[in-house]
Design a protein around this ligand. Structure first.
Ligand SMILES: [Zn+2]
Ligand SMILES: [Zn+2]
Length: 250
């Protein structure tokens, strides 16, 4: 499995990265985890415009889903349109919410380009990947994911506050993509986001092989986020996510 960080900026795009988007590839199949603001542009550095085979959306905040609107244009009006519909695994409200964001009348909405499938906690197959979705702690319906292929696995937190479910999803994974939106300080809000220290604590409990801190908010000093994570009791390698970074898990 090959993992490419397309976008890792938290809450809105930054100068060097779009918002959340991760490209997973195996056996010629290409799946996106999240498709946040700006990701459609940077995605084209890595794969062709029409090469997306499936999309999983962790939740329906703009920084995780909004570029699905632009991608609807690509697949509905591109030079050889119509292109095959792409399965989109997302919270059940996604078709209406994204049609509203697009400014689309009720019918045919975005279904000309996408085959929406409502997420629920559990495990399902997407192409060659085994995907497990679990509810995490955020103000809206939000999922974290575990993705396995060929004996390797990753976990992606989506957006979450402290979460036992995230620890379960990340149990023994090779690579954990964990959000670290907050600078660490006392009395952080609950059920919203994690600090670098909390991300590292989750990685330690899960026994993850490698921790990549992501959803990095542009107004923060990322060196501070990394330093916070060094105080989370995790003894594996820790690094900051970077748009364009590639991890080959074989
Ligand atoms: Zn977010
Ligand atoms: Zn969010």
């Amino acid at each position: 499995m090959k993992v490419t960080i397309v976008g890792c900026s938290g809450s809105f795009p930054g100068p060097d990265s779009p918002a959340s988007c991760y490209l997973l590839e195996a056996e010629g199949f290409r799946m996106l985890l999240d498709f946040g603001s700006g990701a459609l542009g940077a995605l084209q550095r890595h794969i062709g415009l029409y090469d997306v085979d499936a999309i999983c959306l962790s939740h329906l905040h703009a920084d995780h889903c909004l570029d699905l609107c632009g991608y609807h244009v690509v697949r509905t009006y591109g030079p050889a349109a119509p292109y095959p519909r792409v399965p989109v695994y997302a919270p059940a409200d996604a078709p209406r919410r994204l049609a509203d964001a697009y400014g689309m009348p009720d019918e045919p909405a975005l279904e000309t380009a996408f085959d929406f499938r409502a997420l629920a906690p559990g495990t399902f197959e997407v192409g060659p990947f085994t995907v497990t979705a679990g509810l995490v702690n955020h103000p809206v319906e939000a999922y974290g994911f575990r993705v396995a292929h060929g004996g390797r696995s990753i976990a992606y937190s989506g957006d979450t506050g402290q979460s036992d479910e995230l620890v379960r999803l990340a149990d023994g994974v090779d690579l954990m993509l964990c959000e670290a939106s907050f600078l660490d300080q006392p009395d952080l809000p609950t059920d919203l986001h994690l600090s670098g220290r909390q991300a590292a604590e989750h990685a330690a409990k899960a026994g993850a092989g490698r921790l990549v801190l992501t959803h990095l908010v542009p107004w923060h000093d990322t060196a501070r986020v990394l330093d916070d994570a060094a105080h989370g009791g995790y003894d594996g390698p820790i690094e900051l996510a970077r748009s364009g970074a590639v991890y080959e898990l074989a």
